[in-house]
Design a protein around this ligand. Structure first.
Ligand code: C2E
Ligand code: MG
Ligand code: MG
Ligand code: MG
Length: 282
């Protein structure tokens, strides 16, 4: 009886695995044409300072496939990582985001930052810093307006490499922030050696504020530690006025989340920035 159950579990498992790899293969194949067929695009999510200014936007990648529909980055980024396509896609993301910010500023929007997410494979690229600086040259975007987000998990997977990359980016006036902070087992010994501009507090710690006392304690500790180390903090996934009030009280520098705006197309960012500046002026 035990044996039979094991046997069935095993068959179920392999069927699941086959379905999974069929989808993965389908996505990997379709992804090869995604850039040339203009199926990829960027949305931008505003990042807001505690006095209500839009201080920057995070570029978030989307893939609209004609048959498969809208595919989440959580699903296709790992596929692009495994197939190596993330290198080309990541370069496109950075160039597109840099061009977009330059265009916003040329059209009269006040200077702000643009943040792009860096994948593990891009982080390991030996010519990463050269690539970033050449994109900045080409787009004429001032380096200090570009922010590169690396997840805590990727940074801590190879901290020596992370230190080297951060040092080089810092020499070139490019900012680096640690994404999903709190989920990746940071060694504080390394964290103090990282040239990090900002810690992005993972949204899993924000979700249950103000009910969850432990999450509140963790968030407070992160904000205080970052501030002592001279780093900014931004809370991800802010959805309510109560969460905002708590974060403001604790001295969190910036916030990002549906409470202010979902990720939106570039045309809507223009409107969002103008509206928020107008409401501040009143
Ligand atoms: P992330 O960089 O941590 O981005 C934050 C995610 O939280 C985004 O999901 C965003 O839409 C979502 N979010 C923002 N505010 C809220 C909120 O108030 N509530 C909730 N529930 N969610 C919120 P998205 O756009 O689906 O991206 C998921 C992940 O995919 C990103 O997490 C990032 O790791 C990855 N990703 C997205 N674009 C890129 C890219 O261009 N390159 C790379 N390498 N990864 C990317
Ligand atoms: Mg991010
Ligand atoms: Mg995050
Ligand atoms: Mg994430």
């Amino acid at each position: 009886r035990v044996k039979e159950a094991t046997h069935n579990d095993f068959r179920f498992f392999t069927t699941e695995m086959q379905a999974h790899s069929a989808r993965t293969l389908q996505l990997a194949n379709a992804l090869r044409h995604a850039l040339s067929r203009n199926e990829l695009y960027l949305l931008y999510q505003p990042q807001i300072s505690m006095d209500g200014h839009v201080i920057g936007v995070e570029a978030l990648l989307r893939w609209q496939h004609p048959q498969l529909g809208l595919i989440s980055p959580a699903e296709f980024i790992p596929v692009a990582e495994d197939s190596g396509q993330i290198i080309q896609i990541g370069e496109w993301v950075m160039r597109t985001a840099a061009k977009q910010l330059k265009a916003w500023m040329d059209s009269g929007l006040p200077p702000m930052m643009v943040a792009v997410n860096l994948s593990a494979a891009q982080f390991r690229q030996s010519n990463l810093v050269e690539l970033v600086t050449s994109i900045l040259d080409e787009t004429q975007l001032p380096p200090k307006l570009l922010e590169i987000e690396l997840t805590e998990a990727v940074a801590m997977d190879d901290p020596q490499a992370a230190i080297a990359v951060m040092d080089k980016l810092h020499e070139n006036n490019i900012k680096m922030s640690i994404d999903d902070f709190g989920t990746g087992y940071s060694s504080l010994n390394y964290l103090k050696r990282f040239k990090v501009y900002k810690l992005k507090i993972d949204q899993s710690f924000i979700r249950d504020i103000p009910q969850d006392a432990e999450d509140k304690a963790i968030v407070t500790a992160i904000i205080n530690m970052a501030s002592s180390l001279g780093m900014h903090t931004i809370a991800e996934g802010v959805e309510t006025a109560d969460q905002l009030a708590f974060l403001r009280l604790q001295g969190c520098s910036e916030v990002q989340g549906y409470y202010f705006s979902k990720p939106i197309p570039p045309e809507q960012i223009t409107q969002f920035v103008r509206n928020s500046n107008r409401s501040l002026a009143q």
